[in-house]
Design a protein around this ligand. Structure first.
Ligand SMILES: O=C(O)CCC(=O)C(=O)O
Length: 261
């Protein structure tokens, strides 16, 4: 198991993120991506039969039991079929993802960030980012979770690139050091979802960093890091799994099961 070096930990604590290259073997990635192709079809079919649909702002969502599915809303002209944007959680639906969440290299790195021996899962989501799929406005994750958890500062994220994510695909981007600002207020521009996004007056875009990644790379980032992404300007999808861990024996966000890792 690879534990983070002091230099890596210092980087994470100073900047709010750390990229480690080539953490997942290409044979594992192939297996995971094949399983996801099947799951994608099954989830769309199940959502059409059993899902409870609703919109937030003008954005289409579905709940399937404890699972939330978001659909693409900005690139419908490229496909007449519904296209998944985000599924949360995904690890209790796709066994290959459940295995990935337990990957020793990821777990050891997060355990050293949290300085604890044992972890549990808080949540995980699959961002599909289809070709020409929409972006994510700047936001912090921690404020979303504060109503459901009282230790949000101890919930580091790991984003695992399942496809290559070059700049033009709308790779994730973050504001370096913004995790040190704590929970920031939401936007107040009168739009329906304004409160979900960080007030642009609270941070400096000059500190933005683009996290270009290759499939198999892992980005560790703080729950208070301001992050988001641009639209995907390519025809290629760039799927990524974001897993959020916490110290052991705590409930997950959605199903409330305790999933010790
Ligand atoms: O994958 C992306 O483009 C952004 C994802 C993101 O910011 C999130 O899921 O919190």
């Amino acid at each position: 198991m690879t534990v983070l070096s002091q230099e890596e930990l210092d980087h994470y604590q100073r900047d709010g993120y750390l990229i480690r290259r080539q953490q997942i073997a290409s044979t594992d990635l192939k297996r995971i991506n094949e399983a996801l192709d099947v799951a994608e079809i099954d989830l769309i079919e199940e959502s059409q039969r059993f899902g409870r649909s609703y919109t937030l702002g003008d954005r289409p969502f579905m709940d399937l039991d404890h699972r939330t599915l978001q659909f693409e809303f900005e690139c419908r002209e490229t496909s007449s079929k519904p296209q998944l944007r985000v599924v949360e959680p995904i690890s209790d639906y796709v066994p290959a993802i459940a295995e990935l969440v337990r990957h020793p290299t990821l777990v050891a790195a997060v355990a050293s960030i949290l300085k604890c021996d044992a972890l549990s899962l808080w949540t995980d989501k699959l961002n599909f980012k289809v070709g020409y799929g929409g972006g994510f406005d700047w936001h912090q994750d921690a404020p979303y979770w504060m109503h459901d958890a009282d230790d949000v500062q101890n919930m580091p994220n790991v984003m695992v690139a399942l496809d290559d994510a070059p700049l033009e695909s709308g790779c994730l981007r973050g504001i370096r050091g913004s995790h040190l600002l704590g929970a920031l207020p939401g936007k107040q521009d009168g739009s329906a979802l304004a409160g979900f996004y960080t007030d642009p007056q609270c941070f400096d875009l000059a500190s933005a960093v683009h996290f270009e990644m290759c499939a198999g790379d892992a980005l560790f980032f703080d729950p208070f890091l301001i992050h988001g992404s641009d639209q995907n300007h390519t025809a290629n999808r760039r799927r990524a799994l974001i897993v959020t861990y916490q110290p052991a024996h705590r409930q997950t966000l959605k199903s409330k099961a305790v999933v010790n890792i």
